[in-house]
Each structure stands twice: as C-alpha cells, then as structure tokens.
Write a protein that binds this ligand. Sequence first.
Ligand SMILES: NC(=O)c1ccc[n+]([C@@H]2O[C@H](COP(=O)([O-])OP(=O)(O)OC[C@H]3O[C@@H](n4cnc5c(N)ncnc54)[C@H](O)[C@@H]3O)[C@@H](O)[C@H]2O)c1
Length: 331
Amino acid sequence: MFIKPKRIIVTGAAGFIGSHLSVRLIREGYEVIGIDNFSRGRIENLAEIISHPNFRLIEGDAGEDEILASINADTLVHLASGKIPRFDSGWQVLRENERVSNSILQYCMKNYVRLIFASTSDVYGKNPALPFTETSDLMIGSPENKRWAYALSKLHTEFLLCAANRSSGLPFQIMRFFGCYGPKMAEGWWGGPQSVFIEQALNKTAFSIHGDGTQTRSYLYIDDLVNAVVRLVEEVELDSGIWNICGDPSTEISVFDLVKEIQTLTNPTEAPEIEWIPYASFGQYEDVMRRVGSAEKAFNHLGWKAETTLREGLKRTIDWMKQQSNDAESV
Ligand SMILES: NC(=O)c1ccc[n+]([C@@H]2O[C@H](COP(=O)([O-])OP(=O)(O)OC[C@H]3O[C@@H](n4cnc5c(N)ncnc54)[C@H](O)[C@@H]3O)[C@@H](O)[C@H]2O)c1
C-alpha cells in the first residue's frame, strides 16, 4: 500500500517538460532528484531550483543502473527520451528508448517505485476515428517508414509496463501527451511547431509549413500538462492505467491556422509568407492528418482539464521567446 509520495525522481529533468515539472514539484514541497544527460536539456531551465535544498540534479544517463541504484525514491516520472527520428535512421530512438526504459523498469520493480511514464499521442497513428480515447486502436504505419520508430518505442514501453504490472504488480501510469508548447521549449522542430513558427515570426522570415497545412492538432500549454502530471503523482490510490493528456477536441486547429494566429499576435498588419515544404522533401513521411484526443477520462477521475486558451498560451510563449532573444543580444 502506498503512502503520499515524498521523494520523486524525474528523468529528463533539464528538458522542457521535466524542468517545469521539477520546479512545480519543489514548490509543492516534494523532494526531487532530477537525472539528465544534457543531450538536449539546458541547465538554465532549472535556474529557479538548482540551489534548492530539496532538489538534487544528477548529470548522467537515466538508463545507468548504478545511478538508479544510488537513489531512494517512492515515485519516478520517466520523461527522458529520444523523439521522432527526423535526422537519423530511427536506430537511435528505438535502441535508446528501449535501453533506458528497461533499466528504469527493473529499478522500479526491484524497489517497488511507482512509475509514471511519458508516452505520446503518436501511438494512435493513422486511426481515423476521432477523438482518440485511451481504448482506441493504435494504427501505426510500416517499419519501412522511420517516422513510426518513435511511436513504436513508446508503445514498447507501454506494453512492458502493462506486462510488469500483471506479473509483479508494479504500479504505473502512462501519460499520452499531445503536442505541448510554452516557455523553455527546445529550439527548432525538436521543440515543435510553436517553437519554429514563433521564431520565424519574430525574425520575419517565411513560415515553413509541411504539406498543405490542413493537418490538425489540439495543442496543450505546459502549465496545463504539468497540472495533470502532478495530479497523477498525488493520486496514489488510482488504478494503474493510461491517460490522454490533451486539450478539448473543440480546440482542434490546422497548422495553417496556427501560423495565422501566431502572425496575428506578432505582425498583425502583414499577411504571413509561407514556404510550403512537400513531405517528399524529407524522405518517406506519413503525417497524421488529424490528431485530436479526448481527456474525458482525466476529467472524470482526476478532475483535470486544460484551462489555457491557445491565444493566451501563445502570448506567454511569444513573450518568453522575445525575452530570450533580448537576453542573447545583450550578452
Ligand atoms: N513536448 C511534447 O509535446 C511531447 C509530446 C508527446 C510526448 N512527449 C514526451 O514527453 C517527454 C519529455 O518531452 P520534452 O518535450 O520535455 O523533451 P526534451 O527533449 O525537452 O526533454 C527530454 C530530456 O531528457 C534528456 N535525456 C534524453 N535521454 C536521456 C538519457 N538517456 N538520460 C538522461 N537524460 C536524457 C534530455 O537531455 C532532455 O533534457 C519525452 O518522453 C517525450 O517523448 C512530449
């Protein structure tokens, strides 16, 4: 039987989501041990808590057994991960995510640590039945198309968690995040479309839209996502399961409309200039034409729903990106 968590490991703590989550958990009074190998993370993301007595940062590999064995904790939030393999063959994302998840799972099973895992909406793949619910079919594409390697690597960990729960009772939660944005997101496509489009708007260069821009998403502001993770950390009596962490289906928006919204908030008197990038230009690629989830389960069981409108979230993100470039210029 679990008691209220006290000491929480966050893998990927210096990344976008990990840093926001670590700051929030410290504010809530938890002890946090962050692990990050800084392959993508930034120490500046942790500036608010780096010297806090309840925060400890381990610079290293979250898949290294010796590092994990040196930590006592009751909950582990596993965020460290490779993402969609735009720039490699898919080998790295498949091998690394499998290796790190295996070590994390062994550690949690051995020490009876509750495991909260960051998966992705990409696992729903090409399923045309919207909105996706946690029981929807997962329809990813061919292994000949490397873009599905990320979804498969996340699904592999989801299957491992469910199997570990059945065989050893390991308590887990799987969070399927839908596209999240906000301050501290990574630069470029690693950070997602908001990162790319806001930078292009601030530099007054053309927006690079893949395909024809009619593909739709429902985006989630970082504070809303963190609220959901904190709810899952706190709800120790919940049955293990899968959770869509996403905006309401009514927030579905096309990529082209997202660009127009960003243009309105940055350069309202000018029409957006678009560079249309055919999918064929980055090899074999299959986009998900509509990616919309239902967070009804999270609302019914956790009382959680997304609160921040896209406009408000974009304004805050744009302010942060402006501040970042001012800071860079004044150095
Ligand atoms: N941001 C989104 O919109 C989104 C959507 C769906 C799923 N997710 C998932 O959420 C998680 C966090 O995403 P994010 O946007 O914060 O990514 P991010 O890249 O900003 O953060 C990941 C962090 O993990 C670290 N890391 C990677 N491999 C590591 C390893 N082996 N050991 C230690 N640290 C390692 C990186 O340095 C980075 O700081 C990921 O698992 C991602 O797949 C994110």
